[in-house]
Design a protein around this ligand. Structure first.
Ligand code: BGC
Length: 263
């Protein structure tokens, strides 16, 4: 994958070619100095969101959103992204968060989307569609990249359709952590107990009690220095959080995308 943030160096061009190459015309200053714009995309179980960010990761416009199409196949979601991206200004590169394990741009798991995602090369497909370089990662990892301080053991969980998780040690991501599908209590996983379907079924009061138990269980397991809780359902949290536990804005699922390019 080409990283446009890295201009070619003289080492990229063999000396023999240098001698014969025509002198390139100088790049006009206005273009050379143009900051790179990143289109940040967040594919979710209920919504597909995107916004354009400047080089510092600041939003350049409002967040755009469409409901996740059903069935949530790669083709349907790519069409949704195309529709949303058509209304954005120029961008130079793309970051995309996906609700499943992503390795080398390829989707490995997709519990809350259509199973035809498994094995789909998301980064390559989007590069072709959007004609820009793409970096893809797990959605909770991106949320975490936007939230962490880079010190000690930092755990991130996200509460939305699914239960996302990301672990960072001194700012380094531990890849592929999928707490959501790990057993939590009563023979059920964290996602079964705390995902959106559970919240609808048991209501806010019981869901909050479960969440308190999960926060304590995760502390016993990871002894985290800091726990960040993101995702759309954080608005339902109604108990006082312990020190070392903080709710982060859901927008970090888009804003954190800049870090895929700055890492
Ligand atoms: C997926 C995770 C994802 C989370 C939140 C889970 O079902 O397995 O990879 O981060 O949902 O979208």
């Amino acid at each position: 994958m080409v990283n446009p943030a890295q201009p070619p160096t003289s080492e990229d061009t063999p000396a023999s070619e240098d001698a014969t190459a025509a002198t390139p015309s100088p790049i006009p200053e206005s273009i050379a100095a143009a900051p790179l714009k990143t289109l940040a995309i967040d594919i979710g179980g209920s919504g597909v969101k995107l916004m354009t960010l400047d080089e510092a990761g600041e939003p350049l416009g409002d967040r755009a959103r469409l409901d996740t199409p059903q069935p949530a196949t790669p083709e349907a979601i790519l069409a949704t992204i195309a529709e949303l991206a058509a209304h954005q200004d120029r961008f130079d590169r793309v970051s995309v968060g996906f609700p499943g394990v992503v390795q080398g741009g390829v989707v490995k798991t997709a519990v809350n989307l259509d199973e035809s995602w498994i094995g789909f090369d998301l980064a390559s497909a989007l590069e072709t569609q959007l004609a820009a370089p793409v970096r893809a990662a797990n959605d909770a990892d991106i949320q975490g990249l936007g939230a962490i301080a880079g010190q000690g053991v930092e755990l991130v969980i996200t509460l939305g359709t699914g239960f996302g998780s990301a672990l960072f040690i001194h700012g380094h991501l531990v890849p592929n952590l999928e707490l959501g599908h790990h057993e939590f209590r009563k023979g059920e996983t964290y996602e079964e107990q705390l995902g959106r379907a559970a919240l609808k079924e048991i209501g806010k009061k019981r869901w909050n009690r479960r969440l308190e138990k999960a926060i304590a269980a995760l502390d016993r397991l990871f002894n985290y220095d800091q726990l960040y809780i993101g995702g759309g359902e954080t608005s339902k949290i109604n108990f006082d959080l312990l020190d070392r536990v903080v709710i982060v804005p859901n927008l970090l699922g888009l804003l954190g995308g800049i870090r895929l390019w700055n890492a």
